[in-house]
Design a protein around this ligand. Structure first.
Ligand SMILES: [Zn+2]
Length: 55
């Protein structure tokens, strides 16, 4: 069971079936019952990459 944190600014979600992606441009601050993204009948995966520090 993965604990999903609230969508934060910059988070990316992807549907593993059709590869549709959502880019969160403003985060969510609620504690429960937050937005849950679904596509193709399943939960979208948070694919946010760790912050990359560009040189
Ligand atoms: Zn999909």
């Amino acid at each position: 069971m993965t604990t999903q944190h609230s969508p934060a600014t910059g988070d990316m979600y992807r549907c593993e079936k059709c590869e549709m992606e959502i880019h969160v441009t403003r985060g969510c601050k609620c504690e429960e019952g937050c937005a849950s993204f679904q596509c193709c009948g399943q939960a979208m995966k948070n694919i946010t990459e760790p912050a990359v520090q560009n040189p």
